[in-house]
Design a protein around this ligand. Structure first.
Ligand code: COA
Ligand code: AMP
Length: 629
């Protein structure tokens, strides 16, 4: 019998009491004056409380006698490197790096950008910042220098932490030239770059660059945890907005640690000492919450895995890691399972490993399609739990809380609202729609602990992006419905964000880049269906009059431009030249109709289209590129 309903009702009946009780699991330097309050027009949790997130993630476990327990397991399927770090060893690395950052002048409230591959030093860097009250901002390694530069300009870091390289299948990516280029592009210059030299690449060091290992090894001092306000920012994580300018989601210290700690026990059912593996990247919110902070706050063991679900070396890698480290729960994106299913459709490699420790598979980051869920259930014989959340929230809005007792699974649904979230599905006029009817999914304010109080240096953008469309609610920008049993279904985004292999990307951002090509007059980028990645971007361009260059050449240049400006992660591989874009008579580009053509979905020619014949031309142009038809 699940304790979900009783727990959710307990929260509904005493919303602040619930979070006051959950906060008892953490150590506080000073308790809060108010569990919840509105401060400067923003919703804040644990107002007046003082704490340190690093203390709660590391020191607390060491002080209570668990220093020898493994905190971090490192496994690189790319290099074969493996390592274990106990809580004692992690504390030593983190406290020495923190002291070195202080020696470089980094103080409470200063920003530090991390541009790191999946190595344990990424976690040491994040925790070192948390320890001294500095605000970290991790930038995903698959982003190009221009994207890194945008974040450097916005966050204005004193120091950048990086490594000599990232490793992708078939190529080694030297990071130092990318960091140097980003700093050159940015209008803000950090004081120092601290670089971890990996054996695969030795980076050339400049006058402002310091060697990570040398700094830490020669550091005699352990930095103490610096007391911060619960409402002080712990980190900024930039995520795609509807323009090329990313949104700096702010996460605070107090609410974040309370909500994550609660989720480990009640959603993921993980006890101290158990191994929790989140196969994501520290550059994404899943990596922040469930590779770094939550497992450590819970006193569990986390895995830093460098590799892919397939091809490193095969589709059995995930099962190898689960059996080797006795993983109790794995959290990944459905796309990883679609990739595995494609390589090993009968799950033959699963049988090669002892998965007796494995209890639950958690999926998030994109819609978990029922076929993939069923395949995983059939072959793994453990519950497969879809859950839904966003960078903005930092933890699940809707989930099946296994720790409270699993609710029946409905394929295609991330199940039910978690305590803290009152979910409503609204029509355009802001009225609640009946069960089963599609609408905009919104959360009644205030949002619970861990959710963004604002955007970095952009309170107004925060309000206009999330709060203004439906007054009194947070607009998730996801559309979906709630069924008669209260189960939620997430069907689509209501904005121009697409989800490529669990990565959140802005088609608007890509359009800005295509439009910057000197031969392009107009363009549109659509998210079209892809068997493995869920969605893939497709670019459509209209050339300026008088351009004589072969369209194929311009298309290639456009693909290259997006890779250069956003990074490989954008995965824009196809750009098609068309004569005109289909538009309504008022000039609105008919993106949805073009997407339906690409996805071979039935569509009605919109009555407002300015020139219906253009749709046939587009169908032919797509067909010539093997799309739609
Ligand atoms: N640094 C540099 N480049 C990176 C990178 C990184 N950290 N991560 C990805 N890239 C590159 C890839 O090499 C690839 O480049 P290519 O176009 O030259 O091949 C491109 O970005 C796209 O990467 P990705 O979307 O990861 O595609 P893939 O084909 O390499 O792998 C999957 C596909 C499904 C196996 C992979 O996306 C995956 O494992 N996803 C798991 C889920 C996940 O991590 N989700 C994140 C949120 S939970
Ligand atoms: P991100 O901020 O990168 O975590 O992306 C958040 C977005 O990913 C959400 O707004 C959804 O559009 C999508 N998403 C995340 N989890 C799920 C899920 N379980 N089901 C459907 N969509 C999801």
């Amino acid at each position: 019998m699940s304790r979900y309903t009783e727990t959710y009702d307990r929260w509904k009946n005493d919303r602040t009491g619930f979070w006051a009780e959950a906060a008892q699991a953490m150590d506080w330097v000073k308790p809060w004056d108010k569990v919840y309050d509105r401060v400067a027009d923003l919703d804040r949790w644990y107002v007046g409380a003082e704490c340190n997130t690093c203390w709660n993630a590391i020191d607390r476990h060491v002080k209570s006698g668990h220093g020898e327990r493994t905190a971090i397991i490192y496994d690189s399927a790319m290099t074969g490197a493996k390592a274990h770090f106990s809580y004692d060893e992690t504390l030593d690395q983190v406290a020495r790096l923190a002291a070195s950052l202080q020696d470089l002048g980094v103080q409470k409230g200063d920003r530090v950008i991390l541009y790191m591959p999946m190595i344990p030093q990424a976690l040491f860097g994040m925790l070192a910042c948390a320890r001294i009250g500095a605000i970290h901002s991790v930038v995903f390694g698959g982003f190009a220098p221009t994207e890194l530069a945008t974040r450097i300009s916005d966050a204005k870091p004193k120091v950048i932490l990086t490594a000599s390289c990232g490793i992708e299948p078939g190529r080694i990516i030297a990071y130092k030239p990318l960091v140097d280029e980003a700093i050159a592009l940015s209008d803000h210059k950090p004081d120092k770059v601290v670089l971890y030299q990996r054996p695969e690449v030795s980076a050339d060091m400049g006058a402002n660059d310091l060697d990570w290992t040398m700094l830490v090894d020669t550091q005699k001092r352990h930095a103490d945890c610096v007391t911060v306000q619960a409402t002080d920012p712990l980190y900024i994580l930039y995520t795609s907005g509807t323009t090329g300018q990313p949104k700096g989601v702010v996460r605070d210290n107090g609410g974040h640690m309370v909500a994550l700690r609660w989720s480990m026990e009640n959603i993921y059912d993980i006890k101290p000492g158990e191994v929790f593996w989140s196969a994501s990247d520290v550059g994404w919110v899943v990596g922040h919450s469930y590779i770094c902070y939550a497992p450590l706050l819970a006193g569990a063991t986390t895995i830093v895995f460098e590799g892919k679900p397939v091809g490193t070396p095969d589709a059995g890698t995930f099962w190898r890691v689960i059996s080797e480290y006795k993983v109790a729960a794995l959290f990944t994106a459905p796309t990883a399972f679609r990739a595995i299913k494609k390589e090993d459709p009968d799950g033959k490699l699963i049988g090669k490993y002892d998965l007796s420790s494995f209890r639950t598979l958690f999926l998030a980051g994109e819609r978990a399609d029922p076929d993939t869920v069923k395949w995983a259930e059939h072959h793994l014989k453990v519950p497969v739990i879809d859950h839904w959340w966003q960078t903005e929230t930092g933890w699940a809005i809707a989930a099946n809380p296994v720790g409270l007792g699993k609710l029946p699974v409905k394929h295609g649904s991330p199940t039910v609202a978690m305590p803290g979230y009152e979910i409503h599905v609204l029509d355009e006029g802001g009225h609640e729609v009946p069960a089963g009817q599609l609408g905009a999914i919104c959360v009644k304010l205030p949002l619970p602990p861990s959710c963004l109080p604002t955007l970095w240096n952009a309170d107004e953008r925060f309000r206009s992006s999330y709060l203004s469309h439906f007054p009194g609610y947070y607009e998730t920008a996801d559309a979906g419905f709630i069924d008669v049993d209260g189960y939620l279904y997430i069907m689509a985004r209501t904005d121009d964000i697409i989800n490529v292999a669990g990565h959140r990307l802005s088609t608007g951002g890509m359009e800005e880049i295509l439009a910057s090509h000197p031969s392009v007059a107009e363009c549109a980028v659509l998210g079209i269906a892809d068997e493995v990645k869920g969605q893939l971007p497709l670019g459509l361009i209209v050339l300026k009059a008088g351009v004589n260059t072969a369209p194929a050449l311009i298309e290639k240049e456009c693909v290259k431009l997006v890779r250069e400006k956003i990074g490989a992660v954008a995965a824009l591989k196809t750009v098609i030249t068309i004569k005109r874009l289909p538009k309504t008579r008022s000039g609105k580009i008919l993106r949805a109709t073009m997407r339906k053509i690409a996805d071979r979905e039935a569509f009605k020619t919109p009555a407002t289209i300015d020139d219906p014949a253009i749709l046939d031309e587009i169908t032919e142009a797509m067909k010539a590129h093997g799309i739609g038809g």
